[in-house]
Structure formats: C-alpha cells, structure tokens
Design a protein around this ligand. Structure first.
Ligand code: ZN
Length: 144
C-alpha cells in the first residue's frame, strides 16, 4: 500500500498529499500547479515557517543566516548543492535572520550560520558554523 506524505508547496504553501513513491517524479501542486520539489532551498518567513515545519512530513533543514555574515555567504552555494542532493527526501530552507528576527529569537539563534534539522515539527539536531558539502550532507543523513 502506498504511503501518502504531506508536502507543503514551496510556491503557494498549500498542503499536498503525495504518494511516497512519487515524490521524486515531478509531482505538481494541486493548487498552483508548480513543482512540489524544486531541488532548491525554500525561503522561510514567519508567514510560512510554521506550516513548512509543522505540516510537512519531510524532514526540514533550516539555514539561519544573514546578508552581512561572511561564512553564511560562503556556505550559500554549498547549501544549494546540498538541497539538490538531498531532495526529495529532505527539504531545505533558509531564514534571513536580519529580516526574521522573531524567528531567530524563537529558536535562540546566537551565532550564524546555524543549521537546525526539524523532524515531525520538532527540532532534532542543531549545528552552528559553516560546513563543507560533504560534512553538511553527512550531518543531515546521520540525524535523519
Ligand atoms: Zn502550490
């Protein structure tokens, strides 16, 4: 029997039910018609954060960053590559802590970049400091 997963659309934030086996097959959002899996990090704000963390069955890795942070900028292309490699099993998202100070405060982000892995709506792991691609993918897979 095919297991259905809840997947939040990265474009319109609608909640879609997708058979687990079809996640990677280019499924489209039932509401806006755009691809559910983009292979790219999702931009998270206080308007969509709760929904993406709490209503999706996919683990979510969030990069808390800021435009003025050198190590964050260095890690940005690595995070993009990790998204391409880890999706559709895992979702990746970014929180700009300069624009989203309430989210940064809510999760007690003291240094950036900080990566937080959420599973079933709860924080499962946290890692502060920039990582290379291999370390980043390895850290995510170890904590899944
Ligand atoms: Zn959509």
């Amino acid at each position: 029997m095919a297991e259905a997963l809840h997947v939040v659309c990265p474009h319109c934030d609608a909640i879609n039910r997708v058979p687990a086996g079809k996640l990677g097959a280019g499924g489209k959002c039932g509401k806006c018609g755009q691809p559910l899996i983009t292979g790219r990090p999702i931009n998270l704000t206080r308007n969509n954060f709760t929904r993406h963390v709490g209503r999706s069955d996919l683990p979510l890795v969030v990069d808390f960053w800021a435009p003025w942070c050198g190590p964050c900028k260095m890690m940005a292309p690595i995070f993009e590559q990790a998204a391409a490699r880890l999706q559709p099993r895992v979702r990746l998202g970014k929180v700009n802590t300069e624009q989203q100070q309430a989210l940064a405060a809510q999760f007690g982000i003291r240094s950036i970049p900080t990566l937080v892995l959420f599973k079933e709506g709860r924080e499962a792991a946290r890692q502060a400091g920039a990582m290379d691609l291999q370390s980043l993918v390895g850290w995510v897979e170890k904590n899944l």
